[in-house]
Design a binder for this molecule. Structure first.
Ligand SMILES: NC(=O)c1ccc[n+]([C@@H]2O[C@H](COP(=O)([O-])OP(=O)(O)OC[C@H]3O[C@@H](n4cnc5c(N)ncnc54)[C@H](O)[C@@H]3O)[C@@H](O)[C@H]2O)c1
Length: 286
C-alpha cells in the first residue's frame, strides 16, 4: 500500500510548530480536517471505549493500528474498519513487547502520529475491588503495570521515536478516571492509585515533549457503558440508580468518550496540553 501519507518535519532543532494566532484561523475551521493517512496506535482497541476510539479515528481519516492483549478482538475490529488498518496483539505492560511492536509498526507501516493509551484493568480475577487492608501486593503490582506502567512504556517508546523522526501535530492521549479524581467510586485503591499516576505522568510527558510540538492530554471518563463497568454491577437497577446521580441523567456511551479523543488528536487542539477532559455527564463538576 502506498496510500500512507504523513507530514514529516525537519530535524528537531529546526522544528517550528505553526503559529496559530487569530489571524491564521480559517473561519470554517473543522477539527476533522486533518491530513488523511496519519497513523494512530490505539491500545485496548479490541473492545469498549478503545474500539469506539478506533472507529472514530478511522472515520476522521486516520489509519489505525488496533492493539490489544486480546488478538482476536483486535483483529476483528481492524478488519471491520476496512482496508489500510492494522492490528497488533501485545501486553502493554511488557517492556520488550512494547519496544518490539513500535519497531515493527514504525518500520513496516510508518511513524505513529497519535498514540492513544486506552488499555486498562479495573477488576482483578474474581471481580474483586478490594479494600486496602485486603489488597495483595500482586494485585497492586498488576494493576499498576497495566494501567500506569503501560503509559510510561508506550509514551516513552513514542517520544523516543518522535525525537528521532518528528511528525507534525504529534499527539498522546492517556486514560485517567473519575475514580482517581474522586478517590473512589466503584473502584479499588490500586486502581485509584494507578490512574492518579497516569494523570501526573500525562503532565510530565506534556512538559517534556512540548518543544517538539507534541501535545499530551488525558481523558477522564465517568461511568461509561462497557464490559468494565458492567463487571462492577451487583444488582439490577444499580446503573439506573447511578445515573440518577449524574447531572445529565444517564450513563455515558463509548462514543461520548471517543468524541473527546477525536478532538484532542486533531490539529485544532494544538494549544491544549497537559490537560484533562472530563467525560462524566457533569458528575465531577467543579
Ligand atoms: N468504562 C468506564 O466506566 C470507565 C471509567 C473510567 C475510566 N475508564 C478507563 O477507560 C479505559 C477503557 O475502559 P473500558 O471500559 O473500555 O474497558 P474494557 O475492559 O471494556 O476494555 C479494556 C481493553 O483493554 C485491553 N487490555 C487489558 N489489559 C491489557 C494489556 N495488558 N495489554 C493490552 N491490552 C489490554 C482489554 O483486552 C480490553 O480490550 C480504561 O483505561 C479504563 O480504566 C473506563
Amino acid at each position: 500500500m502506498n496510500d500512507f501519507m504523513y507530514t514529516q518535519c525537519g530535524p528537531r532543532s529546526t522544528f517550528k510548530p505553526p503559529l496559530r494566532g487569530p489571524e491564521t484561523l480559517q473561519p470554517m475551521a473543522d477539527h476533522h480536517a486533518q491530513p488523511h493517512g496519519r497513523l494512530a496506535l490505539v491500545t485496548g482497541g479490541g473492545r469498549g471505549i478503545g474500539e469506539a476510539v478506533c472507529r472514530r479515528l478511522a472515520a476522521s481519516g486516520y489509519r489505525v493500528v488496533v492493539a490489544d492483549i486480546d488478538g482476536a478482538n483486535a483483529r476483528a475490529v481492524a478488519q471491520s474498519l476496512g482496508e489500510g488498518h492494522h492490528f497488533r496483539q501485545f501486553d502493554v505492560s511488557e517492556e520488550a513487547a512494547v519496544e518490539a511492536v513500535f519497531d515493527d509498526i514504525e518500520g513496516s507501516i510508518g511513524p505513529v502520529a497519535a498514540l492513544v493509551c486506552v488499555a486498562g484493568v479495573l477488576l482483578m480475577p474474581g471481580g474483586e475491588r478490594s479494600l486496602i487492608k485486603d489488597t495483595t501486593l500482586e494485585d497492586w503490582e498488576r494493576t499498576f503495570a497495566v494501567n500506569a506502567r503501560s503509559v510510561f512504556l508506550c509514551g516513552r517508546a513514542y517520544l523516543r521515536r518522535r525525537e528521532a523522526k518528528p511528525v507534525a501535530h504529534g499527539r498522546i492521549v492517556t486514560f485517567g478516571s473519575v475514580a482517581a479524581q474522586l478517590g473512589g467510586y466503584r473502584s479499588s485503591a490500586t486502581y485509584i492509585g494507578a490512574k492518579s499516576a497516569v494523570l501526573g505522568l500525562t503532565k510530565a510527558m506534556a512538559r517534556e515533549s512540548a518543544h517538539m510540538g507534541i501535545t499530551v492530554n488525558s481523558v477522564a471518563p465517568g461511568l461509561i457503558d462497557t464490559d468494565m463497568l458492567r463487571g462492577t454491577v451487583r444488582s439490577s437497577g444499580a446503573l439506573d440508580a447511578a445515573a440518577a446521580n449524574i447531572p445529565l441523567g444517564r450513563i455515558g456511551t463509548v462514543d461520548d468518550v471517543a468524541g473527546a479523543v477525536d478532538y484532542l488528536v486533531s490539529e485544532q487542539a494544538a494549544y491544549i496540553t497537559g490537560n484533562v477532559i472530563d467525560v462524566n455527564g457533569g458528575y465531577r463538576m467543579q
